[in-house]
Design a protein around this ligand. Structure first.
Ligand code: CA
Length: 231
């Protein structure tokens, strides 16, 4: 039998925590719930994922997220719950190390799907390291910098490869434009959005993605891009 995944639920509002905890438990997760930021930092050791409310009574949730990332390393999935809908707050949360976010009020099914995607990604990251990254029907050879879609090899430019590798490595989570600028262009800011947009549309074309209904790369308006882990 599979070991249940241990989820740490950090939420001070009983009205949200109680049904959410029940739903996660019903999906086979082992759930521990705490109601403050300090308790979260103590309880996070050994868990498989954290669902973190940003509005906490003691510490700012963004600060909790930053410290979780510092203390627990890069691989612990952190899904942020936020009532803050402004794009800036979402970006701040993602830059603090959150993997993905759900805006309150949320549907339980959506939260569960996002959490599943993060857990899958974490499991894949722990898998055998053969220098190959598999996402959907794509296979990236990170050493040779080559990509196959099914049997067909795609001809990507160096930047397109870096961009796809960054997004596919983070499948299921939003990668901010700032992160893309830093990782792909080694710059703090891309200036206008044109450079990135040009690369994204070229990459979509090569993936056979329809820009009006993209299956691989979703643009998250004002935030960044997400590689969709499911067809
Ligand atoms: Ca709260």
């Amino acid at each position: 039998m599979q070991t249940p995944t241990r989820i740490l639920l950090v939420e001070d509002d009983d009205g949200i925590a109680t049904p959410l905890r029940a739903a996660l438990a019903a999906s086979g997760h082992e759930v521990r719930r705490v109601a403050s930021g300090r308790a979260a930092l103590e309880a996070a050791w050994g868990v498989d994922a954290v669902v973190l409310d940003l509005g906490l009574p003691d510490l700012d949730g963004v600060e909790v997220c930053r410290r979780l990332r510092q203390e627990q390393g890069p691989d612990l999935p952190i899904l942020v719950l936020t009532a803050r809908t402004s794009e800036t707050d979402v970006v701040v949360g993602l830059d603090a190390g959150a993997d993905d976010y759900v805006t309150k009020p949320f549907r339980l099914a959506e939260l569960q799907a996002r959490l599943r995607a993060l857990l899958r990604r974490a499991a894949a990251a722990r898998g055998p390291d053969d220098g190959q990254l598999r996402a959907r029907d794509l296979r990236l050879d990170l050493g040779a910098r080559r990509v196959w879609q099914g049997e067909r090899e795609l001809e990507l430019t160096a930047k397109e490869f870096d961009l796809l590798a960054l997004l596919a490595t983070n499948a299921g989570r939003v990668v901010t434009r700032e992160q893309i600028a830093r990782e792909v262009w080694q710059t703090r800011w891309l200036g206008g959005s044109k450079t990135l947009d040009v690369h994204v549309s070229s990459l979509r074309r090569k993936l056979g993605d329809d820009p009006t209904d993209p299956r691989y790369l979703t643009t998250v308006r004002g935030v960044g891009l997400r590689f969709e882990p499911d067809a």
